[in-house]
Design a protein around this ligand. Sequence first.
Ligand code: CP
Ligand code: NVA
Length: 303
Amino acid sequence: MKKDLLKLLDLTREDIHEILDTADQMKFSQKHRIAHDHLKGKTLAMIFKKNSTRTRVSFEVGMYQLGGHALFLSGHESQIGRGEPVEDTARVLARYCDGIMIRTFAQAEVEELARKASIPVINGLTDFAHPCQVLADLMTIREKMTRLEGLKLAFVGDGNNMANSLIVGGLKCGMDVSVACPEGYDPDPVVLDFARTADRKFELVRAPADAVRDADVVITDVWASMGQEEERAVRAKTFAGYCINGELMKLTHPGCMVQHCLPAHKGEEISAEVFEAHADEIFEEAENRLHAQKAVLYLLMRD
Ligand code: CP
Ligand code: NVA
């Protein structure tokens, strides 16, 4: 494993499987009340420049369960919000803490933080990637389907941070990946370059029906991500046909799963009916954020 978790493009297939296997062990230990204090005395600084429920709570609870401590730094209330350079913040936090989790806008800021900090840096979401979420998604799919290799993953919606990370994570784990986005909302070109050289099937289509046909797992996300609030009305029109509903689900493989990173806008990217029919899978996915992140914290921050 590398020092940091910045994006799935940096990980090998073996790295991803090591995280998923460790995450399964973390989940087993928690269910059987086997305590682990692998990170006793260690502190994780959590920098949030965007809102969060799941990421904040699961990292904080995860550190506590591993015997360590997490502290919350809001972009607004810390000096980061007043323009203190990220490279200075990194060098200060490295003298107090043992790891940094950051949720921000630009991927370049996270990469710079990691270059300057001597301690591990974890990407808790940027505009480009959401690696922790997709590790939890892969864990959930493998848990239910017993494998990843050979399954078809379909993503319908905006070519955003989730789409980018799902394409990379899915292909690296041996899945076929099919993505439906409206024109002008494609995934990042770096991700598309990676996808086109992967040894699994990848397709980028415009019609959701073409993406979900025979899929084993269908995934979607909000039409307007954090930072795009002003585009909501325009996007609502552009994405109107990109709702995962009962009609689309009829095209999928029998037993097809549905995943959503949450928060969901029911009636927009997913119908309330499909959401509720797959709620167990979606909330298992949310739970698995905790286990997958404990695995990442352990692998990056242990002595
Ligand atoms: N899925 C996810 O990252 O949720 P939060 O924005 O609540 O952290
Ligand atoms: N694409 C969404 C994911 C939220 C977890 C966003 O960036 O807001």
